[in-house]
Design a protein around this ligand. Structure first.
Ligand SMILES: O=C(CO)COP(=O)(O)O
Length: 124
């Protein structure tokens, strides 16, 4: 299971908190985590192994989108901050569009991500 993790600045703490609730599941060797740069640093500090890509505003969202388009991801978790502005909003929209084009599951808030993780982890 290849999972991409992205969080806007106002949601990075939520991302770490969310992942901490699934520590055991996420440490299984078949789970591979990818993240945009700064999100990845936060996740790493919380004790997870994660492949860090570029920071979002520098192209990280676009890199994740490229991976999704090439079927290199099974799930994208993107905690967006709907109350803030982002200079790379076109990249954000592009990433979500690519997920829909290629039918990649995309969770944009902790409640949706929680449902997906619970579904995945109870499956054999
Ligand atoms: O900007 C982002 C998503 O659009 C996230 O990028 P960072 O993880 O580098 O902050």
């Amino acid at each position: 299971m290849r999972i991409a993790l992205i969080a806007h600045d106002g949601k990075k703490a939520d991302m770490v908190h969310f992942l901490s609730g699934f520590k055991k599941e996420l440490h299984q060797k078949e789970v591979q985590l990818f993240a945009t740069g700064t999100t990845g640093s936060h996740i790493e500090k919380a004790g997870f192994n994660v492949t860090k890509l570029l920071s979002g505003p520098l192209g990280g969202d676009a890199q994740i989108a490229a991976m999704a388009a090439q079927k290199e991801l099974d799930l994208v978790i993107f905690f967006r901050d709907p109350l803030d502005k982002h200079p790379h909003e076109p990249d954000v929209q592009m990433l979500m569009r690519i997920c829909d084009v290629h039918n990649i599951p995309l969770a944009t808030n902790p409640a949706a991500a929680d449902l997906i993780f619970k579904f995945i982890t109870i499956k054999p």
